[in-house]
Design a protein around this ligand. Structure first.
Ligand code: NAD
Ligand code: AHE
Ligand code: ZN
Length: 369
């Protein structure tokens, strides 16, 4: 079938809205009509050419919501009309990872997903007869996409897709990292570096966890009002200090924080986030995605003296198991998604959504097809 899509033809080029061909879903695949998608910084990261797994031309996008259009052979858990959220972190329930009880990472399709192809090594997208690659197992920047059934979860039909699409990545990641990765406890003193959707979602999770102090750190002071609304108790702008920001935070907190979250993707900030942790027990969680060739460093003494470095993808959340409940939590008013949506645009305006993100003017822009 024909589909409107925003294709990334090459690194650092604006996306081009074109009509592509989308094949029928093959075995264990589902074709989904995407109703809404938003833009996450990871899409911008891959488009920048910094992603070692980035392949072009590709249909990017991984934060979306849609309706099943058709299913391929062997698909029993989805039918046309189901409301769904694509999952870049698959959940097969059968692989060593899924059965470990220790991680949300699933190995069932990860290898081919990282190469931008379906499990048979081919793509379902093409343009003028030439293949277009998939992205993160989701490719939500196309009106019709094809995903593996392990990369999809059914959600309540009453849930507004233009809101719950945010659970496809950003909000789930930040909230999940607090609950599943750090397991933050009541009374904790915490620093959050980066106040985009990931950092703000971490703050929302920290309020739920009853953290006592939530120190919000960003070089863009325009991010402060929303961070405060989410529950941040203090704000630090590294640009206003002429010494390493970890020193400032250690001083503010009588020796350091119990937990810190890096929600930027900057390896220097990752070091600050570790080193502002309290000696003996402070834990720093890396959520930000850093470019090809970047490495983190610190003095090993930082770890010898009890600080811990961790990280997580999708907040440690198992999508099929947990996302339907999070959707209901949004509908019950327990999870705030609306505050993250600073802009609503038409799908054709997708490059404006990237501009808004780069300029620091948006948290999430929700696009409608
Ligand atoms: P965003 O661009 O909306 O937010 C980043 C924030 O960091 C901005 O407010 C910016 O002003 C701030 N910032 C930039 N440099 C800074 C610095 N040196 N010091 C302090 N603040 C600084 O991005 P986002 O969509 O919230 O994503 C954040 C990061 O999380 C990205 O790297 C993204 O790729 C990653 N991410 C990871 C996962 C995961 O599963 N681990 C999921 C989603 C996003
Ligand atoms: N492809 C990159 C890494 C990108 C990355 O770390 N992706 C995160 C999700 S970011 C969502 O906005 C992730 O899930 N990672 C775990 C995984 O299995 O991909 C690279 O460096 O190669
Ligand atoms: Zn994302």
């Amino acid at each position: 079938m024909k589909s409107k899509a925003a294709v990334a033809f090459g690194p650092n080029e604006p996306l081009k809205i074109v009509e592509i061909d989308v094949d029928e879903p093959k075995k264990n695949e589902v074709r989904v009509k995407i109703i809404n998608t938003s833009v996450c910084h990871t899409d911008a990261f891959t488009l920048s050419g910094e992603d070692p797994e980035g392949v072009f031309p590709a249909v990017l996008g991984h934060e979306g919501g849609g309706i099943v259009e058709s299913v391929g052979e062997g698909v029993t858990s989805f039918k046309p009309g189901d409301h769904v959220i694509p999952l870049y972190t698959a959940e097969c329930g059968k692989c060593k990872f899924c059965l470990s009880g220790k991680t949300n990472l699933c190995s069932s399709v990860r290898e081919t997903q990282g190469k931008g192809v379906m499990t048979d090594g081919t793509t379902r997208f093409s343009y003028n007869g030439e293949p277009i690659y998939h992205y993160m197992g989701t490719s939500t920047f196309s009106e019709y996409t094809v995903v593996n059934d392990v990369n999809l979860v059914k959600v309540d039909e009453e849930a507004p897709l233009d809101k719950v699409c945010l659970l496809g990545c950003g909000v789930t990641t930040g909230m999940g990292a607090v609950k599943n990765t750090a397991k933050v406890e009541e009374g904790a003193v915490v620093a959050v570096f980066g106040l985009g959707a990931i950092g703000l979602a971490a703050i929302q999770g920290l309020v739920k966890a009853k953290a006592e102090r939530i120190i919000a750190i960003d070089i863009n002071p325009d991010k402060w009002p929303l961070a405060e609304k989410m529950g941040a108790t203090e704000f630090v702008n590294p640009k206003e200090h002429d010494r390493p920001i970890q020193e400032v935070i250690v001083e503010m907190t009588d020796g350091g924080v119990d937990y810190s979250f890096e929600c930027i993707g900057n390896v220097d900030v990752m070091r600050s986030a570790l080193e502002c942790c309290h000696k003996g027990w402070g834990e720093s969680i890396i959520l930000g995605v850093a470019g090809a060739g970047k490495e983190i460093s610190t003095r090993p003494f930082q770890l010898v003296t009890g600080r811990v470095w961790r990280g997580s993808a999708f907040g440690g959340v198992k999508g099929k198991t947990e996302l339907p409940g999070m959707v209901l939590n949004y509908m019950d008013g327990e999870i705030d998604l609306d505050s993250f949506i600073t802009h609503n645009l038409k799908f054709e305006e997708i490059n404006d959504a990237f501009d808004l993100l780069h300029k620091g003017e948006s948290i999430r822009t929700v696009l409608s097809y």
